[in-house]
Design a binder for this molecule. Structure first.
Ligand SMILES: C[S@@+](CC[C@H](N)C(=O)[O-])C[C@H]1O[C@@H](n2cnc3c(N)ncnc32)[C@H](O)[C@@H]1O
Length: 509
């Protein structure tokens, strides 16, 4: 079975260079004194198996499996040549009887290797069925059912299953995988009480070894009956002796830096000011306009002359991340004051705007997201009284840096953020500046950074922002009274109020 590019992608087929396999196995032998059984469930041509037998010469048994019969044939040839008694079988991981095989294996068991690096979403695009779902005959559902996730890495599913099967045994699971996969596997182990004795992640250059640009590591999980370890040392390279950080599972959260988190865990608490996302419309060509003198130009390069009532200054993620909070370059059409509001009133108080929306109705009606399906025509999302606050403190969710900015109103109109931004709404400049100073403080930065994995695509999420208790922070910074004062003023009703009806004049003049 010679594989073309698509097939290689389908099977996550990147054979580990012999040298890398040997480096990994030598490293393992430094901390694992003995392995009775060596297993590679997706062994390819067997480079890891041969390397493991070199580093663990006392092993009683070695088993290798791969879905590709040609690889198994090649590995058998090499085993014969090198007189290595390896049991090599052609087997699909998703269909093989690994739990039964493992029961017969002498301990300590070393499961080592490099499972396929491919997501089920990518496989479904390729029309491939190399996924766990096909093991459904037994009533067992796929990983989606275990994890509630619809997009996952095939390797993640394999590693999680292996941990389940090895739980309660004396075993070491040592696998090359993406760092994101390693963290998900560890989170699974910690949440589900897998008896881990220790865990480590050692980063390596996947570009150099496999020609793929992705953050990757050697994940090593040592299991022993009755053990419980909820941290994982992270080493910057395969050779580095000192860990750079320690990730872990604390208070129900995956934490990127356990020491930092322990220092600032007192800042975890309720969300006093609610973090919100910006306005969502999914039709920038029609809904976003650039000012040109007294008129506007839309994304279709059309001149647009409409009433100002529904138009608001718009700042996007790139503006927020780069601190470009000057004269607005864009305006957004906000057709509602709250989600679900009837939009037909626009025809009455802003007829030109209504006619503009009607002219482009086909684009708006064909927005792909199903969220618009049962909503009034031209509806938007991420809208409520909070959107019309005169001041905001915003951060972009598209960038890795936590840069908070104060967003003012312009010409009496509250500024809107796009739906990739998160913000707190404020009544006054003083309140916004104060909240920004809290968020920019060293304790807040350290607290947030204890959760930030630099290799995450989008580490800044609303879940992250919501974890910080501003009152606890104000307390340690000695400004609790100021915060309480702002909170009390909000209680008694700020300028923009809390009642959506009070926003009508702000929005519609
Ligand atoms: C990243 S390669 C690594 C190969 C080998 N472990 C190594 O380190 O050189 C992944 C391997 O998984 C195999 N594979 C893919 N899907 C599989 C499945 N469902 N069952 C068993 N092996 C599979 C591929 O044929 C390929 O050899």
């Amino acid at each position: 079975m010679r594989r073309n590019r698509t097939e290689r992608a389908e099977y996550g087929d990147f054979q580990t260079p012999q040298k890398l396999a040997e480096t990994v196995c030598r490293l393992l032998a430094e901390s694992v004194p003995y392995a009775a059984t060596i297993i590679e469930p997706t062994c390819g041509v067997g480079n890891f198996l041969f390397a493991a037998l070199k580093s663990f010469p006392g092993a009683q048994r070695a088993i290798g499996a791969d879905i590709n019969p040609q690889y198994i044939a090649k590995a058998r040839q090499r085993a014969e040549l090198e007189s290595q008694p390896i049991e090599l079988v052609q087997a699909d991981f998703f269909a093989a009887e690994w739990p039964r095989t493992l029961l017969d294996c002498a301990e300590p068991i070393l499961v080592v290797g490099n499972p396929p690096w491919v997501t089920n979403t990518h496989l479904s695009k390729l029309g491939s069925d190399n996924t766990p779902q096909k093991s459904n005959e037994s009533g067992l559902s796929g990983y989606e059912a275990i994890s509630g996730k619809s997009n996952f890495d095939i390797s993640e599913w394999m590693l999680v299953r292996l941990l389940d099967w090895l739980n309660g045994r004396n075993a070491v699971l040592a696998m090359l995988c993406k760092t994101t996969v390693a963290r998900k596997v560890l989170a699974y182990a910690w949440r589900s009480g897998i008896q881990l004795q220790s865990a480590s992640m050692r980063l390596f250059d996947a570009q150099e070894s496999f020609g793929v640009s992705v953050d990757a590591c050697l994940l090593v999980c040592t299991l022993a009956p009755g053990s419980c370890c909820d941290t994982c040392a992270v080493f910057p390279s395969l050779s580095e002796r000192n860990a750079a950080s320690k990730i872990g599972y604390q208070d129900g959260n995956l934490v990127a830096d356990v020491d930092k988190y322990m220092r600032w865990r007192g800042l975890s608490g309720p969300e006093l000011y609610r973090w919100r996302s910006g306005v969502k419309h999914d039709c920038s060509a029609v809904m976003e306009l650039r000012p040109l003198g007294s008129i506007y130009i839309n994304g279709l390069h059309e001149k647009v002359e409409i009433e100002p009532d529904c138009l608001f200054p718009l700042f996007k993620s790139s503006d927020i991340a780069n601190g470009r909070i000057v004269k607005p370059k864009r305006y957004v059409l906000v057709t509602q004051t709250k989600v679900g509001e009837d939009t037909r009133a626009i025809e009455r108080f802003a007829p030109k705007t209504w006619s503009y929306l009607q002219t482009h109705a086909s684009r708006l009606d064909s927005r792909r997201s199903t969220i618009y399906a049962k909503q009034p025509r031209f509806a938007v999302f991420g809208i409520g009284d909070y959107s019309f606050a005169p001041w905001k403190v915003a951060v972009s969710g598209l960038y890795k840096r936590l840069a908070f900015h104060v967003i003012p109103s312009f010409e009496g109109k509250p500024s809107m953020l796009d739906d990739t931004c998160y913000f707190l709404s404020c009544d006054s400049e003083e309140e916004a500046a104060y909240l920004k100073s809290l968020l920019d403080s060293d304790p807040a930065r350290e607290f947030y950074s204890s959760f930030l994995f630099p290799d995450s695509k989008r580490p800044v999420t609303v879940d992250l922002l919501r974890r910080l208790d501003l009152l606890a922070l104000a307390h340690i910074l000695g400004s609790e009274a100021q915060l309480v004062d702002f909170l009390q003023r909000r209680e008694t009703g700020g300028k923009y109020g809390t009642e959506p009806s009070a926003l009508q004049p702000v929005l519609f003049g």
